[in-house]
Ligand binder design. Structure first.
Ligand code: GLU
Length: 378
């Protein structure tokens, strides 16, 4: 574990996500002592020189408790109303707890749309950067009061992985009500074992995640694994551990904690590519022939007009588009060098023919390799 604790210790930017179950209950509302403990631990990390962002769930749970409802409502407008009541209560609790530590916090509420649009993504990135430079801890949640199903990230595990990507974090810590990833459901199988280290998310790990997990939280282990995939592909370490353990955050940096650590891939994507792969909302698509598919997947080539069979959607130069194979599978995503209209004119053209078909067009590659991210395994 010595080497791992060194890797973790070198992490300068850290996102910590805390789940609803740890923060609020229907009966007694926000757990103020837990909020105090998290504020204290995050300030400790800051004193150690880390830049810290907190992603906190609990708005809906706090709203349910404040309104003395028997359970979380099902209808969208009711859920939004409950979150609108709970979010300021949650922030009030954080504000008080951090003030005791002499620290300011800032609220950032995001929807999927804020992250999937390039302009808004970079706006948000600048805001985070400005706050972190001032030593202010941003407290993030999904903007549940306006996010309807279509524009929702839906769970804070995935949201925190997107935020980790946004701020180019080194480490994401998911504080949960279970110790980590188990080989089976520990509440049903006494011989289920905690998996301390995941070096590769393979089929075996996926199977563990299906079995283990908590029924109570929004996504259980399923969304935690989705978050882990986003992180490891983007070069970010991810840890799942039990936030009920006092001192767990300190233990992570001392290398003595109990939990699951996911190691990032060696050939991690750049920030821009992981945004395209996991966050962007493609504006359209191109369908490519088998030769182009092979060149993209196995020979690290750019996409040329000659390999394009068709294009759809509504995109302009610079927009993110999906690259589909002839069967319709999305094999890659990339930044298109031209609009859909141009793509439809120059598709199938060999190099040299493009200018003849469309004299104003100087394009060689319709998606340059530097702006392309592969999604399918070769
Ligand atoms: N945004 C939700 C809330 O604050 C929580 C979502 C989640 O727990 O993943 O209630």
């Amino acid at each position: 574990m010595h080497k791992l604790s060194e890797i973790v210790n070198n992490c300068g930017r850290v996102v910590v996500k805390i789940g609803s179950n740890l923060l609020a209950s229907k009966a007694s509302g926000i757990n103020l002592s837990r909020v105090d403990a998290i504020a204290e631990a995050l300030c400790y990390l800051q004193r150690k020189g880390k830049s810290v962002v907190l992603v906190s769930s609990g708005a809906q749970a706090a709203g349910v408790a404040a309104l003395r409802l028997k359970e979380k409502p099902k209808a969208m407008a009711e859920k939004q109303a409950v979150a609108a009541v709970g979010q300021p209560l949650l922030m009030e609790a954080y504000e008080k707890a951090f003030r005791k530590q002499g620290k300011h916090i800032a609220q950032i509420l995001l929807t999927n749309e804020d992250l999937s649009s390039k302009e808004r993504f970079f706006n948000a990135k600048n805001t985070f950067g400005a706050l972190l430079n001032k030593g202010i801890i941003p407290v993030v949640n999904e903007n549940d009061t306006v996010a309807v199903e279509e524009i929702k990230v839906g769970d804070n595990d995935n949201l925190s992985a997107m935020v980790a990507n946004l701020i180019e974090a080194d480490l994401l810590i998911l504080l949960s009500d279970i110790d980590g990833l188990y080989t089976d459901d520990p509440s049903k199988n006494r011989s289920a074992k905690l998996v301390p280290l995941v070096e590769k998310i393979d089929a075996g790990v996926e199977r563990f995640a299906k079995k283990s997990g908590s029924e109570l939280s929004t996504g259980g282990m399923f969304t935690k694994l989705q978050a882990a995939k986003k992180c490891v592909s983007s070069g970010i370490i991810m840890v799942i551990c039990n936030g009920e353990e006092p001192g767990i955050l300190k233990e992570i940096f001392e290398g003595t904690f109990k939990g699951t650590l996911f190691l990032p891939k060696k050939n991690a994507m750049t920030n821009k590519k992981s945004w395209m792969a996991f966050v962007a909302n493609p504006k359209g698509f191109v369908v490519v022939d088998d030769g182009a598919k092979d060149a993209l997947l196995n020979r690290a080539k750019s996409l040329l007009p000659s390999g394009v069979l068709d294009a759809g959607g509504d995109f302009r130069a610079g927009d993110t588009i999906s690259v589909r194979d002839r069967l319709g599978f999305e094999i890659a995503r990339g930044e298109s060098a031209c609009s859909k209209e141009t793509m439809l004119i120059i598709r199938g053209c060999r190099t040299g023919e493009v200018g003849k078909r469309l004299p104003s067009c100087k394009i060689k590659e319709v998606i340059h390799r530097d702006n392309l991210v592969i999604l399918a395994e070769s």
